[in-house]
Design a protein around this ligand. Sequence first.
Ligand code: A2P
Length: 332
Amino acid sequence: DRYNVAVVGATGAVGRTMIATLEERKFPVAELRLLASSRSAGSQLPFHGEPVTVQELQDDSFQGMDLALFSAGAATSKQFAPKAVEAGCIAIDNSSAFRMEPGIPLVVPEVNPEAIGDQPGIIANPNCSTIQMVMALKPLHDRYRVRRVIVSTYQSVSGSGQKAIDELVRQSQSALHCEPMVKNVYPHQIAFNCLPHIDSFLDNGYTKEEMKMVNETRKIMGDDSINVTPTTVRVPVMYAHSESVYVETDEEIDVAEVRRVLSAFPGVSVVDAPEKNEYPLAIDAAGRDEVMVGRIRKDLANPKALNLWVVCDNLRKGAALNAVQIAELFLR
Ligand code: A2P
């Protein structure tokens, strides 16, 4: 069986990675329909070596499609994902539009595949920083029961899309050449800087990105008792997010056992040999599928707590790969 697949936001950083992921994983595609705004209609992107022409997203874009992967922002998803479902598609949405809606599955296939249910409609793909964190938390939760998480993120600019990748390149050149700094994407210079500000601020003092990590973690893990306290930070890295994660559990931690349960978890790779300067690095995770975990160590005061360093390509497992893996759940 082969499927007609639409990619909405095909020209974006995540959209292009979705196309590459469908190709690499040999997803059984009959027709690939690439959709974006009128700005890029008529341009071409390669799929299995053949050029595919990008079309403008319109109300009737989903006729004849079986699957629609969305990554063109929440407003576009709100407007068009229901139209894709009406046209008979399974819509897998990478935006924040539907994630916390009751009845909409929020899925990381290694963590809660059962959540997709048997009524395919819209399936939400979680936030990138949440996906990589729950990939590390799930095996620990199953063994020790996770109670509380304190997390600080070091998030790459590719999470803000292609225009942010371009901005970091330009600003870095401007800084090195003492030229005027142009700021379009972020409120401050991102080159040679760290911004403790991702998405907009809420009345409680946290950002929307931080509250995604709080709420989505509970929904994916199916446990509202897990308390997450996050600080999300944009750093001048191109690809892959890093996270410092402190985890408090119900039971005393055994580090050797933590290594074993993390290594055994699909999609996680333990990289933890500090004596050889080996630990997860953004530049190593970029372009790879696994979530890398290292710096595994017990808390110094609380025997039921540990610290981890978790790194993952935000465009791959954090977005495109997770979305394609959700689609693969329907192939079975
Ligand atoms: P386009 O390239 O035509 O602007 P990124 O996250 O890298 O910025 O990419 C965003 C993606 O979403 C791009 O493919 C962009 O298309 C697409 N997009 C943005 N707004 C719309 C819209 N209103 N309708 C369709 N596609 C959109």
